[in-house]
Design a protein around this ligand. Sequence first.
Ligand code: PEP
Ligand code: MG
Length: 754
Amino acid sequence: MAGSAPSVSRRLLARLRDVMAGGGTSQERLDKVTGLIAADMVAEVCSCYVMRAGEVLELFATEGLKKTAVHNTRLRVGEGLVGDIAAHARPLALADAQSHPYFAYRPETGEEIYHSLMGVPIIRGGRVIGVLVVQNRTMRHYTEEEIETLETVAMVLAELIVSGELVGRDELVPVDGNALLPLRLEGVRLNAGVGIGLAVLHQPRRVIRQLVAEDPEAEAERLRDALAEITLALEAVFSRPGMDAGEHRDVLETYRMFTEDQGWRSRIAEAIKGGLTAEAAVQKVHDDMRARMSSVSDPYLRERMHDFDDIANRLLTCLADGAESGSREELPADAVVIARAMGPMDLFDYDPARLRGLVLEEGSPTSHVAIVARAMDIPVVSRAKDVLGKVEPLDPVIVDGDNGQVFLRPSEDIRDIFAEATRQRRLRAAHYASMRDLPAVTRDGVGIRLMMNAGLLLDLPHLHESGADGIGLYRTELPFMARSALPDVAAQTLLYRKILDQSEGLPVVFRTLDVGGDKVLPYWDRREEDNPAMGWRSIRITLDRPSLLRHQLRALLRAAAGRDLSVMFPMIAEVTELIRARDLLDMEMAQEQAAGRPLPASVKVGTMLEVPALAFQLDALLPRIDFISVGSNDLAQFLFAADRGNPLVAERYDPLSPGMLSFLKAITTRAAAAGVPLSVCGEMAGRPLEAMALIALGITTLSVSAPSVGPVKTMIRSLEAAPIRDYMAGLLDRPEPSLRDKLKSFALDHGVVI
Ligand code: PEP
Ligand code: MG
């Protein structure tokens, strides 16, 4: 940025701005622009090629080449130097272009007299939409600064090209034969639900027009103002309703910490002292950080980079127009926001009343934006590959969070199907809400305890809305995963107390930390394992790191002081593991008592049954526990030796097989004989047909995700338990891989709503 180049760039950019804002057609403006660039960069030629349908680069304007070549000279992507720049999306600067092996001579242009060439891709939304070239007669050695200048100019030109006046919008859509055709993209569900609306492209990256500052003190002042502004905006978000607690608050606390990071702030201040504008300084420090982070493979750190992207973009926005979110005014009434990645604050820029869904190219279930989106109840699909390259602003979009898919420009049929499904969904939701206070009891009077699974404070309101009988599984690891550091005893106590408070006396089963496998703690030193599901996870970790478990148990005891506490240990494979975990609990209780702290009114201890080996130790196990809960997700994968996360085998075996059901029947009978309550808390319990099968086995407590409470209760209230029990008894020795069809027919014949 030293020397005279930035001032050239500044002068040029100011003139370009005038041309772009001036009158005339787009073609006339483009003609003027090439003239300006050539003059300013002291080049005899400046040409602009625009990408057309079929991956062809067409000469759209030139200063210096023969005008008759305009709209006649065309190069395929990959053809010639211009085609090479487009194919690799990278600049080229050659003192002797004609001797380059890729040089493709086009006689109609008269370019044979020009020896040197510098070209840059014109990029928009991560896609090459054209190429900008300058040429000189002499063998000129273009400098890095000149390349940068041309790149900056190309950013400005991109806006002109996508305006839709030079080439039709249909040609600007990527050319894979699908231009403007409906598209379906596979992704990963980050939040369930269906959203229908018009695409709003989240492209917060700003073009920095002024790089060099006259007055560093004034720039420092602007930076201070912008920082103060984002702090204010953050405070405003913190004071919104529903922001007083929860994981979404935690992620914003982390975000606030980043904005207050002194190292980061002083690096920007240094860059300003070095002569950059506040914008350029923010961008430079951010680019440096990005470059350093590009080699980092740790997914947690990569996620945090999105927070910094968000902060940098926000600062640039404040600096550019002195107002937060100035560009968000034209949000359609039904908006689906599409972004490469997002930081947690970004989402708050959009009016929640108009936000119908979010589609991301990057982002994992633990990403901060996902947690915030869940709090706002917006369907989210991530890993939608290259969605930004395939969508145009205001394209109709359907986000199907339930199935992790996105429809771009869906046909009328698809739109009708989803609109109808959404209507049905609303009707069903209203029906389930009306059943909230009705008991989950079969037609022949068998009462079922219908509990809910939870894992975030955000889930708690569903407990009362759904009418569940309590929380049968509280996955304590989820809040651990949402934070940037291990929560200490005090923080955990606070969290568990809130859960108990919000449960208003309904029972809550706290499962101790079940991390490892696919549940990664960001701050945990992970080791690579060939088979993490069977590796160092869950109770194995917490028994090897007993202080972790003791802190958690201590927090649970304190949170439940004077109330009932239920603690459940996960992944127990061996009775001694349960005994050791229980010993730690006893030790903590004794210490609390010795310190004069109040204990819970009662403490119940249970275990998950998800490792088949435990089923063969029931004689030793049952007398030592107060309850047992079957984790059918893990149990099924271990029983069938089929990885639950591997799509090739995950659905190969049906939990409604005689094998799995016989296994469940055997442990249910044993637990009942020992007087130990048994429940099922895996996903299978939440599917009405499977829940019917479990009831047929004699299981009377089910713990299901919040959206499943209504459907399962509806099934229960339409079922007669005795006939299905009898029917099931005759099926368990059938040599069939699945009883699904038989059970379905039974349900249909007997009016069971599944
Ligand atoms: C299970 O394995 O069924 C279970 C409930 O635990 P998680 O899904 O949390 O592993
Ligand atoms: Mg499990």
